[in-house]
Design a protein around this ligand. Structure first.
Ligand code: AMP
Ligand code: ZN
Length: 114
């Protein structure tokens, strides 16, 4: 997708502050962090929203979650704990329409979220 911000990061047109990469996912620091550590894990394949997951691409979500757990170890807060969030469409607060997992850590999280 040429007009997709996260596809441009995957292709290298835009260089994010990368913290982790493997053959399926890219993870980089959020430009507007909501916690001491705020990383976005994106699949290299373009999927616009959670509603677009299907039998062919749903394994990507497990890979994104595994990457988040690895990054939490790497960043040193896996044992204290952390939060992962995926926003979907307007009511969910999604602003970039290429699925991404928010990994938030380094402070106590509150519930319910806003
Ligand atoms: P969401 O609102 O769930 O779609 O999340 C999109 C996230 O992308 C927000 O937390 C933004 O701060 C983040 N974001 C937007 N542009 C950039 C960028 N150029 N580099 C890193 N993060 C970005
Ligand atoms: Zn994309």
């Amino acid at each position: 997708m040429t007009d997709c911000l996260f596809c441009k990061m995957v292709s290298g047109d835009i260089t994010p502050d990368t913290v982790y990469e493997d053959e399926d996912v890219l993870a980089f620091r959020d430009i507007n962090p909501q916690a001491p550590v705020h990383v976005l894990v994106v699949p290299k394949q373009h999927v616009a929203t959670l509603n677009d997951l299907d039998a062919d691409n749903s394994a990507l979500v497990g890979k994104m979650m595994m990457a988040a757990a690895k990054i939490a170890q790497q960043e040193g807060f896996a044992e204290q704990g952390y939060r992962t969030v995926m926003n979907c469409n307007d009511d969910g607060g999604q602003t970039v329409f290429h699925i991404h997992l928010h990994l938030l850590g380094g402070r106590v999280m509150h519930w319910p979220p806003g």
